[in-house]
Design a protein around this ligand. Structure first.
Ligand SMILES: Cc1ncc(CO)c(N)n1
Ligand SMILES: Cc1ncsc1CCO
Length: 223
């Protein structure tokens, strides 16, 4: 069995819970309150800015010019996704540049990105790809499953077509292939560590929906 198939099996319960989460279901049927999506979007802008740094660390740590080049190309895709999707949505939801700049990430957004950055700084390209892959792969599976739904809210239908689309699917498959290639060349201990990164990122993906749905913030201590 391919390493990626083993990992996919290991997170099946977690990913199923993500599919069924009220945030994701609310996007599918258009009933998600826009205030929740707004909270998601602000945190996701922070998330993607850190995600791009993790991808860039992958470019720096790659063993070949080819992989450096491809990881750097993925930084650009993240930037473009951030630009097109987020700036568009932010405008529609009345999020100003000031609000985005002043925004403090929620505990979950901070923890998830800290996890990826830790894997990136302390590990190799294999650790990085394992830690960032649930982000690609889970979103693509969700996008594909949600293709059949046509929510009234245009923001939600655009979100679905972005992640369910062919262009995103190709980036996902490329990273799955990269993971399997690296997994063939490393030790059992390396693979075990990569699997742990992948599982933890999957838990955080679930937490991220919950964070957005409950509009999680840091403690305010009665203020
Ligand atoms: C939290 C999170 N995971 C994955 C993606 C997919 O890009 C995203 N935008 N945000
Ligand atoms: C995972 C991901 N999220 C937005 S774009 C992208 C892939 C390109 O890096």
């Amino acid at each position: 069995m391919k390493f990626s198939d083993q990992l996919r099996q290991a997170v099946d319960v977690s990913w199923q819970a993500s599919f069924e989460h009220p945030f994701v279901q609310g996007i599918a049927n258009g009933t998600l309150p826009l205030s929740c999506f707004r909270h998601y979007l602000l945190n996701d802008a922070y998330y993607l800015s850190q995600f791009a740094r993790v991808q860039a660390l992958g470019a720096a740590k790659a063993d070949s010019l080819y992989d450096s080049n491809r990881m750097a190309a993925h930084v650009q895709s993240t930037y473009n996704a951030e630009l097109s999707l987020h700036e568009d949505f932010a405008k529609q939801l009345g999020i100003s540049d000031e609000e985005r700049t002043a925004f403090e990430p929620s505990p979950t957004a901070y923890a998830y990105t800290s996890h990826m950055l830790r894997a990136a700084y302390s590990g190799h390209l294999g650790d990085i790809v394992a830690a960032i892959l649930p982000c690609y792969w889970l979103y693509h599976e969700i996008g594909e499953r949600l293709q059949a739904y046509k929510p009234e809210e245009p923001i939600y239908s655009q979100w679905i077509s972005t992640y369910g689309g062919e262009a995103f699917g190709e980036l996902v498959q490329e990273q799955i292939n990269r993971l399997d290639k690296i997994a063939e060349q490393v030790t059992d201990a390396d693979r075990e560590r990569m699997k742990r990164h992948f599982v933890i990122s999957s838990h955080y993906e679930y937490n991220f929906w919950e964070m957005a749905y409950t509009q999680e913030i840091w403690p305010t201590y009665g203020a």
